[in-house]
Design a protein around this ligand. Structure first.
Ligand code: ZN
Ligand code: ZN
Length: 434
């Protein structure tokens, strides 16, 4: 078995992993580099972007753009596999993006929508065989819904690829039991390390954050939250927080469509995803799907305005002019609050991922930062490595500081410092620098 990290040994985002055995190849993730990262030209990759693909397949850990965004650069008949609910959410997002005004961007998203039609789906523990390689998806918690780790098995070797994951989300309590049950006899872990240089990124769990929001919603009548439309568990937590605080929950139809996908597929497992979308009584804690009239900005029309003014609300917004007039109207009130519930790096002009239009959108307002990371903290990484105890070592990816793995985790196992494009031969345990 041979293993190559084509990209992502020293950056967060754009990771591509290849595992080859007996002439068959599987690839894990094929996404965009993060905005602002130095653009590394990618050489053609046989079995993924060129040559014969009859003996290969691409597996997607989750729908974040840095893991799935480049699927249109694959050879057209390469089989791609992704989580079932994840793919439905991604399809909904991409359909919306295919209508944005920039024609080049819209075209790109239209191509993605086309490619999605041929993607195969799996659910947790569905084993998929590519020649002699067997891939088993393990459901884990991340800021993307329906995200997976993969166990890849061939040639008497077993690799655990972590994808992006964390230990402080709503569904994280399953992490260690899942690993204990399924990630046995692992030889190598290919692990993400996004938070290696961000020790404070996970000060709160998602549960604590939800309580915090509930307290805020009780105190403040008019609440606006800027949150990623696909950070599903955060949004359901906001819904429950607003309901408990007896505020109404308001979001637009696109966001409602995304939430409905999750409810339909998952409400039978937990009431957390069970929202009464059609409730018509004028009770507090109601869900409102705010319809937009053509290209007009969002507004509270007719009876809705006095109802929301009286009972208060929690409204999800995005940095679009469509939300601006509502924000301007309510921001003047002492009863209003605007929360920013995404990574603060997008608002930091010193960071390469600085998003100027987002910054300018929020600039006129006083905002409160309320967020917790989608990635594992150091303690969680350590517990995972101690639980899995890989026999041969850990290969760091999805991190700006792979060298820190050596300082932090050398007691758990040996660290194998690969560079982009190195081929690691698992049988003879040697790196081949091409
Ligand atoms: Zn990622
Ligand atoms: Zn991610």
């Amino acid at each position: 078995m041979k293993l190559t990290i084509h990209r992502g040994t020293n950056q967060i985002g754009g990771c591509i992993t290849e595992i080859e055995s007996g002439g068959y190849k599987i690839f894990i993730d094929f996404g965009e580099q993060l905005p602002g990262t130095e653009n590394k030209a990618l050489q053609p990759i046989g079995g993924l972007t060129c040559d014969d693909v009859s003996k290969s397949a691409l597996f997607i850990t989750h729908y974040h753009g840095d893991h799935i965004g480049k699927i249109c650069d694959t050879v057209a008949d390469l089989p791609i596999y992704a989580g079932k609910t994840a793919l439905e959410i991604f399809n909904c997002l991409e359909r919306r993006l295919s209508h944005i005004p920039d024609p080049n961007e819209a075209e790109k998203h239209k191509r993605i929508v086309e490619r999605i039609k041929s993607i195969n789906t799996f659910e947790q523990l569905n084993q998929i065989k590519v020649g002699e390689i067997v891939v088993t998806p393990l459901l884990i918690d991340h800021s993307a819904f329906d995200a997976y780790m993969f166990i890849v098995e061939a040639d008497n070797q077993r690799i655990l690829h972590t994808g992006d994951f964390r230990g402080h989300g709503f569904r994280s309590k399953g992490l260690i039991p899942t690993l204990k049950s399924y990630a046995k006899n692992i030889d190598y872990i290919i692990s993400e390390g996004s938070n290696i240089l961000r020790p404070n990124a996970t000060m709160q769990s998602e549960q604590e954050l939800q309580k915090d929001f509930e307290m805020q919603f009780r105190k403040n009548k008019y609440n606006f939250i800027l949150v990623s439309s696909t950070n599903i568990d955060r949004i359901f937590a906001l819904y429950h927080a607003s309901k408990k605080a007896k505020r109404c929950f308001v979001c637009d139809s696109y966001q409602t469509d995304i939430l409905k996908i999750v409810s339909e597929n998952h409400k039978q497992y937990t009431t957390f995803y069970d929202i009464n979308y059609e409730q018509t009584t004028s009770s507090v804690g109601r869900f409102f799907d705010l319809k937009r009239q053509g290209k007009n900005p969002f507004s509270f029309n007719g009876n809705l305005k006095p109802f929301l003014d009286k009972n208060g609300f929690c409204m999800l917004i995005r940095s679009s002019d469509a939300f601006k007039s509502l924000l301007d109207e309510y921001a003047k009130s002492n009863d209003s609050k605007i929360y920013y519930s995404m990574w603060n790096g997008y608002l930091d002009s010193n960071k390469p991922a600085f998003n100027e239009s987002l910054y300018n959108f929020l600039e006129p307002y006083k905002i409160e930062y309320k967020h917790t990371s989608g990635h594992a903290d150091l303690e969680t990484l350590k517990i995972v490595f101690e639980t899995v105890k890989p026999k041969c070592g850990i290969i760091p990816i999805h991190t700006e500081a792979p060298e820190k793995f050596q300082d932090l985790f050398h007691e758990q196992t040996s660290i194998i410092p690969l560079r982009d494009g190195d081929v690691y031969d698992c049988n003879i345990k040697r790196i081949n620098h091409d």
